[in-house]
Design a protein around this ligand. Sequence first.
Ligand SMILES: NC(=O)c1ccc[n+]([C@@H]2O[C@H](COP(=O)([O-])OP(=O)(O)OC[C@H]3O[C@@H](n4cnc5c(N)ncnc54)[C@H](O)[C@@H]3O)[C@@H](O)[C@H]2O)c1
Ligand SMILES: O[C@H]1[C@H](O)[C@@H](O)[C@H](O)[C@@H](O)[C@H]1O
Length: 340
Amino acid sequence: MTVRVGVIGTGMIGQDHIRRLTEVVTGATVTAVTDLDAARAAEVAATVGAAVLPDGAELVNSPDVDAVLVTSWGPTHAEHVLNAIAAGKPVFCEKPLATTAEDCLRIVEAERAHGSRLVQVGFMRRFDPGYRQMKEVLAAGTLGAPLMVHCAHRNPTVPDAYHSAMAAQDTAVHEIDVLRWLLDDEIVSAQVVTPRATSKRFAHLKDPQIMIFETVSGVRIDLEVFVNCQYGYDIQCEVVGEDGLVRLPDPAAVNVRTAAAGHATAVMQDWKVRFAEAFDTEFREWIASVATGAEPTGPSAWDGYAATVITDAAVHSLESDGTVVSADMKPRPAFYGGAA
Ligand SMILES: NC(=O)c1ccc[n+]([C@@H]2O[C@H](COP(=O)([O-])OP(=O)(O)OC[C@H]3O[C@@H](n4cnc5c(N)ncnc54)[C@H](O)[C@@H]3O)[C@@H](O)[C@H]2O)c1
Ligand SMILES: O[C@H]1[C@H](O)[C@@H](O)[C@H](O)[C@@H](O)[C@H]1O
C-alpha cells in the first residue's frame, strides 16, 4: 500500500520532509498540502504533483489523505492533531505536540478515547544511530545503574527572533525527550542557571544556559545550551554509570593532516545534516507503521505532553533566577505503557 500523506505547513521543515517522503522513503506519496501562504503551498505542491487545499481541516478530511503530517507553527499543532484524531487518521506532528500542557492533555484524552495510538511526535533523536547504540548499551546493563549525564547542545548561531525561553522550548527539548527515553526514567525537576553571557549574543538573549534536571531515580543531568557558539553544530552526551560510561559518537568524518592545519576533522554546521539519517529513519518507520495499520512506535502524545511540562519547568526556573522547579505531571495512563 502506498501511504497518501497530506502536509499542513510547507515552510522550512515541511519542505524537507516532503522531499524525504518523496525521494528517500519508499511507500509514501504526498497527495495534498496546505499553508497559510497560498503561493508557497502552490509552489511546493507543484514540485510533487500534490493538490493545494484551503486549510488544515479540509486536508485532514480529504478522501485522498491517509495520514497527516503537521509542520506548521507550534501554536497551531493542537488543532490539526485533534482534527486528525477525530477523523481517525494517523498523524505525525513536528515538535512541539502543543505549546501548552493543557492542549497536550486534550490530545492525550482524545487519543485515549479513540482507543489506539494515532499520534507520533517529531523527536528525531530517538532514531539517530548513535543514540540507539547508547540505548542498547544502557538496556544491556553493562554500565550498572546510570548516575549522571553530561550533555552539550551547541548551535553556531540562531536567528534574531530566537529568545531566551527557546533555549528550553526549541533546543533543550531534544535532550529532554531523548534522555527520558535513553534512561527509561522520568524527569521530575529542572533548574536553569546562566553563566557569563557571550558577547556574540543578541542583547535580548541569555546565552549560554546551564540546565540541570533530576529524574525519579535520582539521576542528575547537566546540559549546556549554547546557541551562539560560533564554531559549529555540536551535540555531546555522556551517561556515567556505576561501572562505566557510554558516550554519543560524533558522526563519522575523515581526518585531514596538512602542515597548515595539523590534524583536522570538520565540525558540522547544521542540525539538518547532523540528524539527516535520524530524520530519514524516523519517516521510514512511521510510514511502515501506517502502511501496515500498526500503532506508531516513535514518541507518543504522552511524550509530547511530558516534554512540554518539563520545558515549562525549565522556562519557569530561568525566569525565577534559577530556582529548582518541579515538573508536575499527571500520572501516566496505562494506555501509554509503563514508566517513561
Ligand atoms: N525536529 C526538529 O528538529 C525541528 C526542526 C525545525 C523545526 N521543527 C518544528 O517544525 C515546525 C515548523 O518549523 P519551520 O522551521 O518549518 O517553520 P516555518 O516558519 O519555516 O514554516 C511553517 C509554515 O507553516 C505555515 N503555517 C503556520 N500555521 C499554519 C496553519 N495553521 N495552517 C497552514 N499553514 C500554516 C507557515 O505559513 C509556514 O509556511 C515548528 O513546530 C518547529 O518547532 C522541528
Ligand atoms: O529548531 C532547531 C532544531 O530543533 C535544532 O535541532 C536545534 O539544535 C536548534 O537549537 C533549534 O533551534
